[in-house]
Design a protein around this ligand. Structure first.
Ligand SMILES: [Ca+2]
Length: 561
């Protein structure tokens, strides 16, 4: 259903000066209206959609699920699958497994929960529940779908042998599930969703980038967190890092011995010492990331060990390694193929060792060789560490760009949005895009997302803020954690923008200190209020202390400038 857009009141005054007010004239989509669930138990047998089998539909009483200590309200849980088939490559059975949670009191909106990792699980369709959001989409009344994106088995990468499962993971599962989910909503509530939203973090952010380029008509709002929108290249960059770390690891079996937790903490302190005050206030947070990259000099500002490594310094060889990783992975000709990684305050976040030293020897090589490489490696005999440490970067890059008769679409095509800065179809119909990314993210670089947003600005006459806004989250690691304010409700901000025309000029974010209802963040420094708040600011603005403000623990003291 297409709801006629209404023009914002302000735009009416601009009709005689259309050139000046071109962006003001973007259509505003009408607000969703709610409805009550009319059918649940009967759905499993009554619902018909091509290629779809519902295996169950049952009422879930209020309180069966909880979030932040609260009861998630009564809803209908529908489980099913699409396009069950047997693989011609590995003989295994595949389907696109999914669940939908349909609230009894529905707000008229649909949320497509795009999941992280390599998918492979039907995670609970809470809507945002993979991250420490203050309230999930399901609680807010959205009908939510979650899927395994076409393969089961969790982190098992062997589905990459099946050519169709690759494509479903890349982009086709979301395209198949979307019309089915909207039809199921009609069966459950008697009308289609008035407004549809698509969101996720990490690989879910990648799915969101893919959706906004491949399905600009299907969703009214796109919410991408830490978008690994060039995931195969990020994974190869991560293995570039592993090769670097291996040269200075003191324990060959543990890449983390190359750059220990005390050393990562020392680096964060050195960066803070140089950059904390650049935003006008010494508060343990680096708001002006851009200025920090110019100000911080690893060689000068980080102590160099004169004797044995003791955690307070880095050896010259370590500095060379960290400099190479930070400035961006390069191919055999020295050409950068991914992005740089900024220096920030969160190099020792609780998840940093996992992303820096574990994933580059496990998930990243498995993805590169089995899920994206052509031809795929044999899963049964695959050795992740050996692949990551011994395969030349150029061979990895060639592999994810390759095709053959069995795998006719390369990973760089099925995993990546084709033209991520060409969002004219999204913009012109009044849909909106909100993106956020932690500055201390160790696996997908905030610099990659910044480069995308700069490209989007350039493609829109230097300013994309009328339909797409990007929020950097200082100190935050991958989707959460780090010494940061990592709890925020970007979904409500997006809905207000799409349906009420209120563009997000700032989004208030909270630290998850001791006692936080969703769970405490161990990286919140002891000197902070457990409830510290800060505005997240639309790029390129940064949060700065208001003149005369003295309370450093509240967002009210800060302005986006
Ligand atoms: Ca500061």
């Amino acid at each position: 259903m297409t709801v006629p857009p209404v023009l914002r009141g302000a735009s009416l005054a601009c009709t005689t000066t259309l050139l000046v007010c071109a962006d003001e004239a973007l259509p505003r989509l009408s607000a969703a209206t709610g409805a009550h669930l009319s059918s649940c138990s009967q759905l499993a047998t009554a619902f018909r959609f091509a290629g779809t089998t519902l295996t169950s539909s049952e009422p879930v009483p209020s309180g069966t699920l909880k979030w932040g200590g609260r009861d998630v309200g009564a809803h209908c849980l529908v489980r099913g699958e699409m396009f069950r088939r047997t693989s011609p490559q590995d003989g295994k059975s595949y389907a696109i497994g999914f669940e939908m949670r349909l609230p009894d009191d529905w707000n008229g909106r649909f949320f497509y929960q795009a999941n992280g990792g390599i998918d492979g699980n039907v995670t609970i369709a809470l809507g945002g529940g993979g991250d420490p959001v203050p309230a999930t989409a399901l609680e807010q009344g959205f009908a939510v779908i979650s899927s395994d994106a076409g393969h089961s088995g969790g982190d098992d990468p062997s589905f990459g042998v099946d050519s169709q499962a690759r494509l479903d993971y890349g982009y086709q599962a979301a395209a198949k599930l979307t019309p089915m989910a909207k039809a199921l909503i009609v069966a459950a509530y008697g009308k289609r969703p008035d407004r549809s939203y698509f969101g996720g973090c990490s690989n879910g952010g990648r799915h969101t980038f893919v959706a906004m380029t491949r399905m600009p008509e299907e969703y009214d709002g796109y919410l991408a967190g830490a978008p690994g929108y060039r995931l195969p290249l990020a994974a190869i960059a991560s293995q570039f890092g592993a090769k670097q770390y291996a040269t200075v690891a003191t324990s060959p079996a543990d890449l983390g011995s190359a750059f220990t937790s005390p050393e990562r903490a020392s680096l964060s302190r050195a960066v803070l010492a140089r950059c904390d005050a650049l935003d006008g206030v010494t508060d343990g947070m680096i708001q002006d990331t851009t200025a920090c990259q110019k100000a911080f000099d690893l060689e000068r500002d980080m102590p160099t060990c004169t004797g044995a490594r003791d955690g307070s310094c880095l050896s010259p060889a370590q500095k060379a390694v960290i400099s190479a990783i930070s400035s961006g992975a390069v191919d055999g000709r020295g050409k950068r193929f991914y992005a740089s990684f900024p220096f920030d305050s969160g190099h020792n976040s609780a998840d940093s060792a996992f992303w820096e030293f574990v994933v580059p020897l496990t998930l990243d090589p498995a993805g590169t060789a089995i899920i994206w490489g052509v031809p795929p490696a044999e899963p049964a005999t695959f050795n992740g560490p050996a692949y990551a440490l011994s395969t030349p970067i150029d061979a990895m890059l060639a592999s994810v760009a390759a095709t053959n008769a069995t795998y006719p679409e390369a990973a760089l095509s099925f995993m990546l949005p084709a033209h991520p800065t060409d969002l004219g179809a999204v913009k012109s119909r009044g849909a909106k895009v909100v993106v956020y990314h932690g500055v201390s993210d160790a696996i997908f670089s905030v610099d990659d997302t910044t480069a995308w947003y700069e490209g989007l600005r350039a493609a829109n006459g230097g300013d994309a803020s009328s339909f797409a806004r990007f929020f950097r989250v200082p100190g935050m690691a991958h989707c959460a954690l780090g010494p940061s304010t990592d709890q925020f409700d970007m979904l409500s901000a997006l809905v207000d923008w799409v349906e009420k025309g209120r563009a997000p000029d700032r989004v208030v974010a909270y630290a998850r200190g001791v006692g936080n209802a969703v769970g405490a963040n161990p990286d919140v420094p002891p000197g902070w209020s457990p409830h510290r708040s800060r505005p997240l600011c639309p790029y390129p603005m940064v949060a700065r202390l208001k003149a005369g403000a003295t309370d450093l623990e509240t967002a009210d003291s800060f302005v986006c400038q």
